[in-house]
Ligand binder design. Sequence first.
Ligand code: ANZ
Ligand code: ZN
Length: 868
Amino acid sequence: MHEQYQPREIEAAAQSFWDNQKSFEVSEDLGKETFYCLSMFPYPSGKLHMGHVRNYTIGDVISRYQRMLGKNVLQPMGWDAFGMPAENAAMKNNVAPAKWTYENIAYMKTQLRSLGLAVDWSREITTCKPDYYRWEQWLFTRLFEKGVIYRKNGTVNWDPVDQTVLANEQVIDGRGWRSGAVIEKREIPMYYFKITAYADELLEGLDDMPGWPEQVKTMQRNWIGKSRGMEVQFPYNVDSIGEAGTLKVFTTRPDTLMGATYVAVAAEHPLATLAAQGNPELQAFIAECKGGSVAEADMATQEKKGLPTSLFVEHPLTGEKLPVWVANYVLMHYGDGAVMAVPAHDERDFEFATKYDLPIMPVVRTSAGDETPAPWLAAYNEHGTLINSGEFDGLDFQGAFDAIEAALTAKGLGQSRTQFRLRDWGISRQRYWGCPIPIVHCDTCGDVPVPEDQLPVVLPEDVVPDGAGSPLARMPAFYECSCPKCGAPAKRETDTMDTFVESSWYYARYASPHYEGGLVEKAAADHWLPVDQYIGGIEHAILHLLYARFFHKLMRDEGLVSSNEPFKNLLTQGMVIAETYFRTLDNGGKDFFNPDDVEIERDAKAKIIGATLKTDGLPVEIGGTQKMSKSLNNGVDPQYMIEQYGADTCRLFMMFASPPDASLEWSDSGVEGSHRFLKRVWRLAHTHVGQGLPGALDISTLNDEQKVIRRAIHQAIKQASQDVGLHHKFNTAVAQVMTVMNVLEKAPQTTGQDRALLQEGLETVALVLAPITPHISHELWNQLGHAGAVIDAPWPTLDESALVQDTLQLVIQVNGKLRGHIEMPAGASREDIEAVARINENVLRFTEGLTIRKVIVVPGKLVNIVAS
Ligand code: ANZ
Ligand code: ZN
C-alpha cells in the first residue's frame, strides 16, 4: 500500500477492474429483487457540467447502495441526441449535426466513465440512431392508425425573411433571432398526440404516487388544469348580413353571470372576422394580435388591448344587449376563444373595463360587505353571497351554480362542462435534426403511415443545415417516394418529431436495448419496469415527466408494458450554484467574471464583503450565488476538478455539501476539505495495514474504552443506514463517517484487540463510503485483507448489542449548578442513583451546612439536588 493517497492510480485500477469483470452488466436474475435506478440522460452538448456530475453521482450512490443490499441493480445511460443545439453548432462551424453529436458523445462518455459510475454500458442508447428511433416511428404508425395521433392545423412562428418556422425561444421581442424580421403567426398542418384523452388519468394518477415530491405533483396538476365550469351561450343576430347564432363562452364562475357587462373574443374568433368586414381599423388590430409570439407566457403579461365591434349579443337570462369586443387577452385555443366579461370579479376584465370605461357591476358581496359598484380599486375574485342578481340574490357559489345551470338548461343556452388547460401535444417540427415522421402523403390515399417492413425512415446524416427552412424539404432524394398503398408517386413527410418524444420512452428501451423484434421485449420490460428511482432536475417537473407518464399509458394500451406509471420514486436534485461577479457596462449590460479570476475579501463570519479583479486590482460587483451557467461565467469545469483531485473527491464533496434535493453551493475550500478527509482515511489505513492485519475481534472481552469505540462505529452504521436508506441524506451519512474517523484516529493501538477494533472501524468506513467514493473504498477493502471486491460486499450490519451502554454518565447539579459527574449502570433505579449522588464528595461539599429539600433524578441524564 502506497504511503500517499494517489487517486489517479487508484481510480484507474478500480475502473479497469469493473470493466474487465463487467461488474455492472446485469440480466434478468429471477432470484434477486430488482432495482432500476435511472438518472435523466444527458443532451450531448459538448462536455459535462457540474449539474450532470451531481445528477449522476446521486444516481450512482443510490445504485451502489442498493446493490450492497443484495439487489440486482440496473443503472443504464444514454444520449438524448436529437435537438436544435446540434443544428446551431452545425451552422456556426459548418459541420454536420450528426458528426458534431457523435463526437460530443464520445468525449462525454470518457468524462462520465472517469466519474466511475456503476453503469451498464452495454445498454447504452443513442436516440439519433436508427436502431432507436425506428421503434418510435413504429409506435407512431400504430398510434396514428388508432387515432391517438392525428393531423390538424397548428399555429407556428413564421420568419418571413428566413422563410422558416421558429421555436418560441428563437423569437426575441417578436423578431426572428437570426433575421431580425417581425414574426408572423402561421397556420400549418401538424401532427398531434391526443394527450387530452388521458388528462383525467394523468391527473388522478398523481393521487397515487407517494414516491414523488409534492411540489412536482402540484405543478403537474396545475399544468393539466382541470376546471369545472359552464358553457354559456349568448344569442346574437346580425341584421346587416342576416346571420344569427350564439356566442359560446366557457366560464368557471357562472355564479357571476348577472355581472357580465360585455363579451370579448379572441382575434382569431369567427365573430371577430365577421365584425372586421368593412372595418379597416379592426382589421389592423386583428392583424397586430395575430403577429408576435405564440408563447402563452408572453400573452399573459402583455398589456391588455382591445377594440369594440359594432356587434351585440343578448344576455342569456335577462336579454340585455352586451357589446362584443375583440381583446388580446382572450386566447383562441382555450375554452371557446371567448369570454363573458365580469369586471367586478375578474382581474383581467377589471383592468380592461377600467381602461376602456366599460361598466363594472358587482354581483358577489365582498367580505367587507360592499354592495356598491365604483369606485373599486380591484376585482373581488373570492366566492361569496350573490347580490344584484335578481332571483339568485342570497345564494352561495354552489347554490348559484346549480340555479343558474337550471335556468340556462331550460332555455337551451348552457350546461356544466369540465375543461382542461392541457392541450393536445403538437409534435411536428420543421427542423432537420430530429426523428422523421413516418408518413407518406399520397394524392389519392391521403396520409399513409409507412408500413412496418419499410421502417425506419432514415434521416440522412451528412446534411449541414443553413437556417433557411428544413433541408429535408429541399431534398428530393429524401422525400420522393411511392405510396405504400397504391404505389403511385408520393411525397414523404419532411417534418421531424419534437425531441421530447425520444425522451418519453427511453427508460423502457433500456430494459431490452438491442431487441429487434419490437419496441421492448415484454418479459424484460415487465422485469425491470417501473423505474424504482428516477433522478433529475426540477426543470423537467412538467413537460418531460408528463409526456413520459403519458407514453407509459400509451405503451400499456399497446400491450407493451404492464404497469400504469413509469417512475415509482422521483428525486429532483437541487441546482449547483456559485458566486457571481460582474461589472456594469456603459450600455447597461453586465460583464461577468469567473470566480477564479476574482480576489475576494471576507468578514469575520466569512461573508464576502469585497471583490477585485486579479488582473487589474479594481473592484467588481458581487452578484450573489446563482445557478452555474455559461452566461454568468460562474461555472467550474468538472474535468479540471477530477484531474486535480480525483473523482472520489468530487463525488464526496457533492454528496457532503448538501442533501440531494437542496441547492449545492460550490466552494473550493469544501473540495479541498473533502480531499483532505480522504487523505486522512488513507493515512490511517496505511499505518494500520503496514503493521500487518490483526486477528479476529473478540467482542466478549472488550474493556470499557474499547466498548465506547465500538459503540461509535455501530452508531455510525445505524445512522448512516437510516440517512441513506430512508432519506437519501448522504451528507449526514458522511458526517457519521467523519465522527467515526475522529474516534478511530485517537483509539489506542497497544493490544491485539485494539488493532482488531480498528480493523472493524476501517472496514466500516470503507463500506459506508463505498457508494460515495467507490474507488478508494475498492482499494481499501482489498488492502484490509478481503479477496472479493467491495462492490460485492454487503452494506455493514448493525450489531445492536454494541449500542448498549453498560454504564452511563450522569451530570450532578446542586441547586442547578454543575458540580460533577457520576458513572452508573445503565439499568440503575432512581433510588440507587439518588443514593450514590448524595454521597458524592462534591455534593457533600456544596451542601455542607444546608438541608437537602428535594432530589430530582432524570435517568440517563442528571441529578439535581435542591438544598437550602
Ligand atoms: C367569467 C368569469 C368571472 C371568469 C369571474 C372568471 C372570474 P380557468 O380557471 O383557467 O379554467 N376564460 C375562458 N376562456 C378564455 C380564453 N379563451 N381566454 C382567456 N380567458 C378565458 O379559467 C377560466 C376562466 O378564464 C373563465 O371564467 C373565463 O373568465 C376565462 F369572476 O368567466 B371567467
Ligand atoms: Zn396512394
